[in-house]
Design a protein around this ligand. Sequence first.
Ligand SMILES: NC(=O)c1ccc[n+]([C@@H]2O[C@H](COP(=O)([O-])OP(=O)(O)OC[C@H]3O[C@@H](n4cnc5c(N)ncnc54)[C@H](OP(=O)(O)O)[C@@H]3O)[C@@H](O)[C@H]2O)c1
Length: 328
Amino acid sequence: MRAFVTGGTGFLGRRVVRRLIERGDEVLALAREGSRSEDLVAAGATVVFGDLADVGPILDRVAECDVVYHVGARVQSHGQWDEFFRVNVEATQRLMDAALAGRAERFVHVSSLGIFEIDRDGLTITDTSDYDRRPTMRGFYTRSKIDADRLACAAVRSGKNVVVVRPGLLYGPDHPQQSVFLGRVKKFLRPDLLVVVSTPRYLLPLTYIENAADAVVLAGVTEGIDGSIFNVIDDPTLTQGEYFRTLGQVRSRPLRVVYVPVALLAPAVKAVDALHRLVKRRPWSVAYQLLRSERSTRYATDAAAARLGWKPRVGLREALEESLRKPA
Ligand SMILES: NC(=O)c1ccc[n+]([C@@H]2O[C@H](COP(=O)([O-])OP(=O)(O)OC[C@H]3O[C@@H](n4cnc5c(N)ncnc54)[C@H](OP(=O)(O)O)[C@@H]3O)[C@@H](O)[C@H]2O)c1
C-alpha cells in the first residue's frame, strides 16, 4: 500500500506514519518547510514538502496513493478565519477530490468530537447527531472542523470511499499539558492544587494518543467499512473525578483537586456576557462554551468496536504513566 499522510509532523500524524511504516506500507508524509521532519525520514517515510493552505502543488502526489490519511489541521486558538478555512476546510475538499479521482481506495478524514450540539446534560452522541447549531460561538478551529466534517460526511452520503474518525481530547507524551489541563481545567496557586471549573461526575471524552493512532490506521486498512463514521473515545464512562484520582495515584506528588461548579460562576459570566454584547455588539463566546462545558455527554463508540475491531490498547493508568514520564 502507498499511503499519503497529512499532518505527519504532528502529535497524532507522527504516530500514524510510524504505524504504517511498521505495517510495511510506503508512506508519503506531508510536511511544511521548516517543520521537524527528519525523524519521519529516518523512520522510512518520504517527505513531501507543502502547505495545506495551498494544496495545488501536492495534489499529483496525493492522487498516486492507495489510501490518504488526512490528519493535518490548523489546531490553534488564534488566527484569522480565512486561514482556518483554507487549511481545514478547503484543503479537505481538494485533497478528498484529488485522492478519489486518482488511485485512492480510501480517504480517511480525522475529525473531532467537539463539533456537536450539546444542549443538555446526559445527551448521547451517535454518528448522526447534530452539529453545534451556533458554530460562530465556538472559535475558528472548531467552526472549521465542523465545516470539514460536513464535507467528509457529504462525501460519505454520496457513496464515496470516505471514512471519518472522530477522536476525543487527545493526550499523551510530549503533550503533557493535555494530560493535566484538559482544556477547561485551569491550574493555579500551587502545582499540586488544581482548581477545576466543573464537577467530578463530568464525563471526560479522552483518547490516548496511541489508541487514537490505532483507530486511524484501522480506518485506512479495514476492508468493507467505506462510508463509516467512528467516534473514538477510550472510556465513554470515565468521569473527571476518576481521571484526577488516577492522575493523583500515578504522580510522584499528591494532587488536590477543588471543583468549582459552573453554576457558581454563572452570574459573573452572564454579567460579562451582557457587557460584551453592549460594547462589542455580539455575545461573549467564552460564556457560551463555559455554560455548555458542564453538560456531560455520552459518546457512542460501538461502531468503532464492532466494525473497526478497535478497542483502547492502553488503559488510563498506563497512559497517564507514559504521559508523565520525562523524555530520556
Ligand atoms: N489534539 C486534540 O485534542 C484533537 C482532538 C480531536 C481531533 N483532533 C484532530 O486530530 C488531528 C491531529 O491533531 P494533533 O493534535 O496531532 O495536532 P498537531 O500536533 O497540531 O498537528 C497538526 C499537524 O497539521 C499540520 N499542519 C498545520 N497547519 C498546516 C498547514 N498549513 N500545512 C501543512 N500542514 C499543516 C502540522 O504541521 P506543522 O508540524 O508544520 O505545524 C502538524 O503536522 C487534527 O485533524 C485535529 O483536528 C485533535
